[in-house]
Write a new protein. Sequence first.
Length: 255
Amino acid sequence: MEWLEHAPGFVACLVGPDLVFAHANDAYKRLVGREDLVGLPFDVALPDVAAQGVLPLLKSALATGERLIQSARPVRLASFGGGTQLRYVDFVAQPIPHLEGGGGLLILGSDVTMETVSQRDLQFSLTHDVLTGLPNHALFRDRLEHMLRRAARAQRPLQVAALQLDLFKRVNALVGHEGGERILREIAARIERAAGPDATVARDSGDKFLLLLEGDLQPNAAARIQDVVRAVAEPFEHAEHAIYVTCCVGGAAFP
C-alpha cells in the first residue's frame, strides 16, 4: 500500500461487504477530517458522509463490479478545527473483485472545491450584479427578448419600467462608499418585495434598476410600480439619521 501514499490526490481502500478501511492516505484523512480510519467500516468512520447518499453508491459499485465515477459531487465534511464545510470532490471508486475478504473498492479522487466555486462564481457574475444579486442588464435583455417573442405569439401584454435613483451620487457622498452599497442592496431588496415574486427585477447600472411585468401582471403594472416607488422612498437609517432616496420612472408597454 506504500505506493498509494504517494499517489496524486486522495486515496482510500475499502474491503469486504461492510467497506472497512484498509488504507487511507494523508490527503484523504485531511479531506474527511479524521485520522483513525483504518479498521473501521465506512458508515462507522464517516457516518455523516454515509448519510449524504455516498454509502449506497459505494455498495452498488461493490455489488455490481461497475466503476463509480462522480464529478464535483458536493459533500459536507468535518474539519480538524471542528464544524463542517461543504466541499466538491471528483472521485472514482474502482471495484477490486479478487481482493481478500470479499472484494473491495479502490477510491481515487481530488478536491475540486476551488475550481468548482470559482467557475460558479464566474458564471453568476456574467449574468448577475455582484453587489445586489439581481440579474444584470445582459440577463434582463435575454429574458425581455424571450418574453417579447412569447407575448407576440400569445398576444399577451408586457410592461417594462426603468427606475433611476434621484441624486444618488450626493447620497453616496454623504454616507460613504460602504454606506452607499448598503443602501443599494436594501433598495434592490425593497424593489423585489414591492414588485412581487412573479416580476423580473434587474440592476442596469450604478443607480438604475429595471422591472419586467408580463401577462396578468400588466393590467396592475401602474399600481406595482407605485408600490416600488413608495418602497424606495421609505427612510434608511444611517448613523442615527434618516436618509431619504427617491426615484423617477419611465415605462413602455407591449403591444
